[in-house]
Design a protein around this ligand. Structure first.
Ligand code: G6P
Length: 609
């Protein structure tokens, strides 16, 4: 979603803010801006282009200051035009940046308009700015800290904000509820940011604000008041966010880098796993795992497809009934809660509002056993669940998720094995064999990555198309869904995935020689059925692009292009079959010249419902 960075210091902070924005740009890139206080006045630069353009403006104006805020935006209220770009001003006296959505903005806007406030943007953020200003102007609040505390009590919805005003020159106030905000501690300087990466190299000491916290920052002090108006301390931790994590190195795009990093990411996710034990998921895991009788998986986007894959494993290997729900749907439908269900949330960021709200809803329905599979240890989702498995994919910058997905699958397979073992459905020999396969996975992935030149050759064909169909069966149907999602996200080609058996029930009508049909063909129990599905397409003149396991005996033919994968990798085959689909999407997008890492209209972590 949006990214926030703020600083109060004794030195010029503009370069810190601009570097922070560069590192936060993955969160949203519709517009960006910076505001500082200089010689008693607010100065601002904003751009509807990328941070690099803002940097040119900033350099040209030689803007400098020891206090400022900056923002990179994923537009919700108000289209991405300069007037809606943050920082937003109120009466040229106060400035604010905001991540989130204020649901009662309309009624507040009316109230403030009737008090004479003029609105220059369509944003809900301007409402917060004027509300704080009005509380100060009327004397209801004697200072900015108090005004923000009073104002936030009137806001419904989600927010992380950073605000300052010219009358209190060395004070910055932040607040959060529903969107992330952290405090960075320096020597004679303090900071606010959406995540630690923004400030890597500037400080490694951070406190994570909790829901409803309001914080006042000066150069030498940090004061936090919680939502009950009690002064609190939040634990200060050392977080070694690695600024090099966002260096592209030899790669052209983050997506490419992150695809290539998958063998490492999976090896790191497996680090410390010497056997299948419940403690991998937390101290209370054994007790909880023995008590539960079903699993409910909640997630969005790519993480949802990881959940769909896991359902196959959990039901076939651990024999535990599993349902998988799109988080944003689950929250608003009437389901039948099962107090003995384990609620599993899957999320790269741990910030996705739809998933967090669905988790809270599941708990409110009396389903108290919760587990998060997440890539960010300090995230809200990890804080709100009893059990966790932290994937170690490292920072993922490309908006289209790649390494997060395959590490989620790794973690979900470990969960499956753990539950299978506790239910006496996993022999020691099977446990050893699966562990061996998991450990060998990085090597197997290297051999799939070596197929890249063949995939590049295919991508030229795909780049000319406007539609594509993806087919998979069983355990590989969710992989077909993920392959289609990747292609849509980064190349803007319309892509749909079907279970291959459904082809004849509708999508076959779409098949012509203009629409490539990508087929995932592992050498599993369904391979013969899949070969029939391939024929169904071929006899209608469709063009097939098949990723076939080496031992599947699917041959090149007229209109049937085959890339030969390694030999069938059993239950873990979906992880191997994901990678060529990622590469196909990536190279097709490159051939079409899209902005691969920042696809139009999307954002990396969506912290609003
Ligand atoms: C956004 C991203 C997707 C991601 C989804 C869920 O839509 O663009 O790549 O899969 O959010 O994100 P999460 O962080 O919860 O896995």
């Amino acid at each position: 979603m949006c990214g926030i960075v703020g600083a109060v210091a004794k030195r010029n902070v503009v370069s810190i803010l601009m570097e922070g924005l560069r590192r936060l740009e993955y969160r949203g890139y519709d517009s960006c801006g910076i505001a500082v206080l200089k010689d008693g006045a607010l100065h601002r630069a904003r751009s509807v282009s990328r941070v690099i353009d803002l940097a040119t403006q900033v350099e040209a104006t030689a803007i400098s200051s020891d206090m400022g805020i900056a923002h990179t935006r994923w537009a919700t209220h108000g289209e991405p035009v300069v007037v809606n770009a943050h920082p937003i001003f109120s009466c040229d006296e106060l400035t604010i940046v905001h991540n989130g959505i204020i649901e009662n903005h309309e009624s507040l806007r009316e109230e403030l308009s009737s008090q004479g406030y003029e609105f220059f943007s369509q944003t809900d953020t301007e409402v917060i700015a004027h509300l704080i200003h009005a509380l100060l102007q009327s004397g209801v609040a004697e200072d900015l800290f108090k005004a923000v505390r009073l104002a936030t009590k009137r806001l419904d919805g989600a927010y992380a904000i950073a605000v300052f005003r010219k009358q209190e020159p060395h004070l910055m106030v932040g607040a959060r509820a529903g969107s992330p905000l952290i405090v960075g501690f320096g020597d004679g300087e303090n900071f606010l940011a959406s995540d630690a990466l923004a400030l890597a190299g500037t400080t490694d000491k951070f406190a994570y604000l909790e829901e409803g916290d309001v914080v006042a920052l000066t150069r030498d002090s940090v004061t936090i008041i919680n939502r009950k108006d009690i002064s609190v301390e939040r634990q200060v931790r050392r977080v070694h966010a690695y600024s090099g994590a966002i260096d592209l190195g030899q790669y052209r795009h983050y997506m490419q880098k992150e695809i290539i990093e998958q063998p490492h990411a999976i090896a790191d996710t497996m680090e410390g796993v010497s056997g299948i034990v419940p403690e991998l998921f937390g101290y209370e895991a054994e007790h909880i795992f023995k008590h539960i009788n079903s699993i409910l998986i909640l997630a969005c986007g790519t993480s949802y497809y990881a959940g769909l894959t896991a359902k196959h494993w959990l039901e076939s290997l651990a024999k535990i009934p599993t349902s998988v729900e799109v988080a944003s749907e689950y929250r608003y439908r009437q389901s039948v809660p099962n107090p003995r269900s384990l609620v599993v949330t899957i999320s790269q960021s741990g910030e996705t509002a739809d998933t967090i709200v669905a988790l809270q809803y599941a708990k409110a329905l009396g389903q108290k056993h919760t587990l998060a599979i997440c890539n960010v240890s300090t995230s809200a989702m990890v804080g709100q669940t009893t059990l966790h498995y932290l994937t170690r994919a490292g920072v993922e910058i490309g908006v289209a998720s790649t390494k997060a997905f395959t590490t989620q699958l790794t973690a979900l397979f470990l969960l499956t094995l753990t539950l299978a073992k506790l239910r006496n459905r996993l022999s020691t020999a099977e446990e050893d064999a699966y562990l061996k396969q998991l450990r060998h996975l990085p090597m197997a992935l290297y051999s799939v990555l070596a197929l890249e030149p063949q995939i590049i050759a295919w991508s030229d064909d795909f780049a000319k198309c406007e539609h594509a169909l993806f087919l998979g069966r069983g355990l590989h149907y969710p992989i077909a869904l993920e392959g289609a999602l990747k292609l849509k996200e980064v190349s803007y080609i319309h892509a749909e995935a079907y279970p291959a058996g459904e082809l004849k029930h509708g999508p076959l009508a779409l098949v012509t020689d203009k629409m490539p049909v990508v087929t995932i063909a592992p050498n599993d129990a369904l391979v013969e059925k899949l070969k029939s599905n391939i024929q169904e397409v071929r006899t209608r003149g469709g063009r097939l692009y098949v990723f076939a396991d080496a031992d599947s005996n699917i041959q090149h033919d007229d209109g049937v292009h085959v890339i030969r994968m390694p030999e069938h990798y059993g239950q873990l085959s979906p992880i191997l079959h994901t990678v060529p689909l990622q590469l196909l999407a990536y190279h097709t997008a490159c051939a079409r010249g899209t902005d691969v890492d920042k696809p139009r209209n999307l954002a990396k972590s969506v912290t609003v419902e």
